[in-house]
Ligand binder design. Structure first.
Ligand SMILES: [Zn+2]
Length: 488
């Protein structure tokens, strides 16, 4: 029997507002001392009254618009009742039947082809406190940090329309790009400000509907994957599950409906809890927060604030700059990188292709090595443009330009300052003519060899000129000058 993976993704994204969702505590808690960003509201003390954060709602609505969702004019918050130590008030303020938005989609690109993935809903809720397990004085204890409690959290739920780990990864990465373009979250998986929970099951291929628009039958079980903090681990965990579930099904059994975590040490998923029945959260409208209504004028204004998104930018780059699809995709992954490219092209006024080569070559190589982003380094578009201009003017070689580029990033100096400081200006044609004459005079044997058809002696002569110039000769020009002189 053949199986087809059925994958859906639940993604949580912490919004980067100054204050928390329902109180005025600072939401910027990463790396701070535990329990220093708290108040009666986010500690869940009795009698504390929540007040909704307007900016968080605006961020949530912007994301919904960017995800092509139907935004709702009327919406409300609900209580999702459950008890867990990270939620001492016994309920989480979330959204149930009237979320801010539903029915959207994302376009992903995998191996050169595109696929539309439907989004079921995107709603806003509050994050919970963070539990950490430790051993203190020989006793196993659980510590609770409430700094995260009440931070605005978006939950974006997709339809189970992905059929490979690569598609799920592309979906999560696209969502991260959009969130970052909107500047509503840093969506950093390692810091936990973006968390993805794939659900994976397998369907018998013979169950796949052949009739267009008739939905495929869903498998009668689902495995949820949790505690994944990188795209790489997500891909590995999904692939592991596909393999594991295939084996279970092939043995004639049905995989358990359960939650599994990723064990990165042993490269496998492990069972965390089995969930036989769906939880009954006894949702009801949050009595302390009134429902609210937005009008069309408000949404049109919000729509006008949505910046150019990755796909639109990519299309525009392809047309405006005549670069390769792969290059446009790479540049537009990061809004700041794309802006850096455009600013450099503007300042340089030369071929955009040369700018792409430098950015995707030297610059990205360096950033990948150091794990930095374009905003973390000392490099202005005008500085790179100046460097490219000097290469075009034959004032420096490409090799020298790379050397200067490294130094430019490490200092705040411009290319022209570094070139004169390091005495790297290429020699003029006149100076090189003198050098070639000297080399020809001092290497008569090589000259004779060249004239006797030993073409490799030309390289020897070029090397001699380079040596005398101390690397400040343009190799192409030296070759030309030598050929002219040897043939005359
Ligand atoms: Zn608070």
């Amino acid at each position: 029997m053949n199986y087809q993976p059925v994958i859906g993704l639940e993604v949580h994204i912490e919004l980067s507002t100054k204050s928390k969702m329902f109180c005025s505590c600072s939401a910027d808690y990463f790396g701070t001392k535990p329990n220093t960003h708290t108040c009666p509201v986010c500690l869940g003390l009795p009698g504390a009254m929540p007040k909704a954060n307007k900016l968080a709602i605006e961020f949530a609505q912007k994301l919904a618009l960017a995800l092509n969702c139907q935004v709702q004019l009327g919406s409300k918050f609900d209580r999702k009742n459950y008890f867990y130590p990270d939620l001492p008030k016994g309920f989480q303020i979330s959204q149930y039947d009237l979320p801010f938005s539903k029915k959207g989609f994302l376009i992903i690109r995998v191996n050169g082809s595109t696929k539309k993935i439907s989004i079921t809903r995107a709603h806003l809720e509050e994050d919970t406190a963070k539990l950490s397990h430790a051993t203190i004085n020989g006793k196993r204890v659980t510590l609770i940090d409430f700094n995260r409690s009440g931070v605005p959290l978006m939950e974006v739920v997709s339809e189970p329309e992905m059929s490979s780990a690569a598609e799920a990864k592309a979906y999560a990465q696209k969502l991260q790009q959009i969130v970052r373009y909107l500047e509503i979250s840093d969506a950093d998986m390692e810091k936990g400000s973006m968390r993805i929970e794939p659900n994976v099951s397998l369907r018998d291929v013979s169950q796949v509907s052949k009739v267009p628009r008739v939905p495929h039958a869903l498998p009668n079980y689902k495995v949820e994957l949790k505690n994944i903090n990188s795209f790489r681990f997500a891909e590995k965990a999904i692939n592991y599950e596909i393999e594991r579930q295939t084996q279970v099904l092939k043995s004639g059994k049905i995989p358990h409906q359960e939650t599994r975590g990723w064990d990165e040490k042993n490269n496998r998923t492990v069972s965390q809890r089995t969930k036989e029945l769906a939880h009954d959260y006894r949702y009801f409208p949050e009595p302390d927060l009134p429902p609210f209504n937005c009008d069309q004028v408000y949404f049109s204004k919000l729509q006008s604030q949505i910046p150019e998104l990755p796909d639109q930018k990519r299309e525009r780059f392809l047309i405006s700059y005549q670069i390769l699809e792969s290059e446009a995709t790479l540049l537009c992954q990061d809004k700041y990188m794309a802006n850096f490219f455009e600013e450099t092209v503007k300042a340089y006024k030369g071929s955009p292709k040369k700018v792409v080569n430098w950015i995707t070559g030297e610059l990205l190589r360096r950033l990948n090595q150091t794990g930095q982003g374009i905003g973390d380094i000392n490099l202005l578009p005008a500085q790179l443009a100046e460097l490219l201009y000097f290469v075009d003017q034959n004032r420096i070689t490409n090799a020298t330009a790379k050397e200067i580029f490294e130094k430019m990033i490490q200092s705040t100096k411009s290319a022209s300052e570094l070139i004169s400081e390091l005495d790297l200006v290429l020699m003029s044609q006149k100076e090189l003519e003198k050098l070639t004459e000297t080399v020809i005079k001092n290497n008569q044997k090589a000259v004779a060899d060249f004239k006797n058809d030993k073409k490799e002696s030309l390289d020897f002569l070029i090397g001699q000129v380079q040596r005398l110039s101390k690397g400040k000769a343009d190799p192409a020009l030296v070759r030309q000058l030598l050929l002219d002189k040897l043939k005359s």
